[in-house]
Design a protein around this ligand. Structure first.
Ligand SMILES: [Zn+2]
Length: 214
């Protein structure tokens, strides 16, 4: 599918994955979801007016063609030379019945999303490329690399702070860093009307699932 892969295309979106029992277990890229669908490892679950419908790859292509004339506002369609396919939002794995342990990984993506891409010292928002992270209590003084001691930080504040405590550098934290209860990337997705249908499958405890893809 290399002819389809431009950046910013619908392929860069996300798809919620359910196990066989309709429990949300993961978020993957649209690209990956199409592979699973094409290999008959998964089916599309489409939610319309509160009704769930399931579609195999072939049925989904057929529906995509039928709906091409009257797309819904939230629909996105990927066109290739030989076919058009609506971007699925929810996929169900046909042979997978486990419920993976839901733990939110401590990594840069999740950390920056928790802090809303904002430097926690000066309060300004920054693009990813200009964000760094800071140990509030420096590692040299025994500070841990953990949710409650690491914050997003711009390069200027980072170099100003150096190997000191915030107060010693004349800096003040916007808020006390804590481990998020919900996956911050998932929360951001749910603010987008494109992913409205995910809500039906996410119970309160499932907000920690890992989000990969864009
Ligand atoms: Zn800053």
């Amino acid at each position: 599918m290399s002819e389809l892969s431009q950046r910013g295309s619908p392929l860069e979106g996300s798809v919620l994955v359910l196990n066989r029992f309709f429990m949300a277990i993961h978020v993957i890229s649209v690209r990956r979801s199409l592979v699973l669908l094409y290999r008959d490892l998964a089916e599309v679950i489409d939610v319309e007016n509160g009704q769930y419908m399931n579609y195999s790859f072939e049925n989904w292509i057929e529906l995509s063609h039928l709906m091409a004339e009257q797309p819904r506002p939230e629909d996105e369609v990927i066109h290739s030379v030989s076919f058009a396919i609506r971007v699925p939002r929810v996929l169900r794995l046909l042979d997978y019945d486990k419920v993976p342990k839901q733990t939110l990984r401590f990594n840069r993506r999740n950390l920056f999303a928790r802090d809303d891409y904002t430097c926690q010292y000066c309060g300004d928002p920054f693009p990813l490329s200009q964000l760094s992270f800071d140990h509030v209590i420096p590692r040299s003084r025994g500070g841990a690399t953990s949710w409650d001691n690491v914050v997003s930080c711009c390069l200027a504040c980072n170099s100003r702070k150096g190997d000191r405590l915030p107060a010693e550098a004349g800096l003040k934290l916007l808020k006390k860093p804590v481990r998020p209860k919900q996956n911050p990337l998932l929360k951001l997705k749910l603010d987008n009307p494109k992913y409205e249908s995910w809500r039906s499958f996410l119970s309160a405890g499932q907000f920690a699932l890992e989000v990969s893809g864009e």
